[in-house]
Design a protein around this ligand. Sequence first.
Ligand code: HEM
Ligand code: SF4
Ligand code: SF4
Length: 730
Amino acid sequence: MLKKPSWKNLLPQADADKDCLPAVIEDEDEHEAEWQAVGAGKAGVAGWPWSYRPKISGRPALVAIEKIALAFESLINRLVGPHADKLNPFYHTGTVAVFLLIAVAVTGLYLTVFYVAPGLGTKVAFGAVAAIDGHWLWIGRIVRGAHRYASGAAVIATLLHALRTLFQDRFRGARWLAWFTGMLLLAAMWFEGLTGYWLVWDERAQLILETVIRALMVFPSVGVPFALNFVTNEATDQTWVFFLLLLFAHIALFAVIGAFYWFHILRLSRAKFLPARYYMIGLSILLAAAALARPATSAPQADLGRLPGQLTFDPFFLFYLPATLRVNPAFFWGGVILLFAVITAFPWLFKGKPTGKVTIDKDICTGCTKCAEDCPYNAISMLPRTDGKPHKLIAMENPNLCVSCGLCVGSCDGLAVSLTDLPAPDYYRSILTRVRAANAAAGAPVQVVFTCERHAAHGGPGAAGGAREAITVPCVGALHPNVVSQSLEAGASDVMIVGCPGEDCAQREGNLWMEARLARTRAPRLKRDFMGAPIHVAFAPPNEFTSALKSGGGTPQPAKAKPAIGPPHFVRGGLILAAALAIQVAFTDMPYRPYAPTESLLELGVRNNGEWRQNTQQLTGPELAALPHDQQVEYLNAQQAEGRFPTRLKLEVDGQVVLDQTYEPQGFHREGSAFAYGKFFVSPGARTVRLSVDDSGGGYEVAIDETANFESGQIRAITFNRVTNAFELK
Ligand code: HEM
Ligand code: SF4
Ligand code: SF4
């Protein structure tokens, strides 16, 4: 008698004996003639309902991108050795990104404590960060370096992860939510890095400030008042509030990332979270080593009286610096936002031909729960049964969550689950018919090769050749083990199944389920009689289909034995990660000179109150104070209602007019201040600066007329001093 199986994928409510019926694939087919024609003609494969569908919108481009990526991936596979599925970091980019973000959070906690300790603001920020470098036993240096390098590495891992989900066609249909929130995660990570570099208040931060001001200037009513806080070093005295907000944003963005991540994996069952322990240990060691070998440094302290000189910048976060300082910010940021929006909209721009969604024949379902457990996208739930059948549960599909991977079709013994393209019984019968037709055409038993659409996209089955019948299914996880055994019964010499490498299944878990079913560790299991039958399994990237076929040949199923993973393999994997990190660290310090040494700057940042327009008699302060209260109110109301004169400014440098502009007062009744902001590059040397002002409607009056020396790289600023009530050149 058979032992009661210890199946791993049944929900507790299901009873393996009562609820799991044996599959019945009737060997007679009303479409027999049709499938015979398809099978014999081979060219008729287009008629094969589940064959690779190359015409899906955007797919040729995705395959072209994937071909390039696969070439690189294969190289890494070769370098890391036999355990590439575990040790090739390309297969773990999502979980590695999660770990790196956690490393950023933990190191960030340490940095925050020491950053806020001396207080906040431009006067202390730079020193606080610099002091961290000197902490006991290089701890500060390690933490600071690891924080920076883990942030950059997280961006790289995320970009690779995004690229992989794109070319594996895992971004549309029900997966739109993961794609959409992934893009939000990317944006949040970028803001995170930007605010982080800003907090250091070095010349790099000064450049970030400059680019933010330029971006905000697209909306002057926001940009100008903001910019006026940062015209001179003195003007920044009160900016601890701003630094508090910056720090708050930097930390709060982590909560935002956490929230987006929750949505990111919401539709996945058993979403992976952390990578294997050896990744976490290896990455921690490498980050600490990188931080010691090349400590994260600050640029010279920010000085609003000087243009930032030669410095280095991190292209993973500050890639935009060189362009945005020179290009019109409206065009630059408009372009960036447009590009981001277009990529975010990919799931809707490239909808793809809808493939069959899951349908479950409720009459046949015995409530065994296997399909619900196997579905990687939570698209099937088990509900209490109310139709009088003896089973407790019934499977209910949700086509809106289904990505048409077909894994549930391979789960169901009773053939109750289909994708709408093709009912399961027809699908399985057509496979058997095709095997028989191929045997008949070859005049001898042929090898049957099952592979997935991803392999098919790279021409795998077409290249199979020889006495083989290659059959494409959406994913190898869509194969019920009985289809495999019945292919042998239908006359195949042997069966070869080629799926994607361990952690690289485009349907997340199809390759794992298929292997476990054939190894009889997961239901539905291969019939006991077929243990030891010529069934071979190979996991290979799609560009290695042909060599995967050669690797088969009589090896015991399910897979060829590999040497156990051990230290030599970890060392090889570690060296690949170390090389990647070394390249990243080298790039983190791109030399950059934002301004030429022959440049200095005249900055104008003025907040001025024009005279009141009131045409009745203007009162001085004491005169106003002498009036009775109700007359005072009346007088002030009349002033407010009429508003102020605009502020007209004319600025000349060495007799040349560089600015002649009118600035309107703010407020509904134009009762507020006028804000003026501008920057003018001047060549170093002695320059005559003359500012003429008209803020009372009476014509220009000279407010500043002096010869000022501009040193190379110096920023001199024209401001309005509210204490002396006068314009000044600083
Ligand atoms: C902070 C950044 C990110 C992290 C930590 C992250 C992590 C993850 C993880 C762990 C998974 C689950 C993988 C699995 O269990 O099979 C996942 C799925 C996914 N990610 Fe990300 N991701 C990030 C950003 C992105 C970005 C930028 C995109 C693309 C724009 C993206 C697209 C996707 C998609 C489409 C899936 C679902 C794949 C599928 O349905 O098969 N992710 N992500
Ligand atoms: S539909 Fe699902 S629950 Fe119902 S019998 Fe098939 S695998 Fe079991
Ligand atoms: S085809 Fe089946 S397993 Fe795949 S997502 Fe749809 S319901 Fe889930």
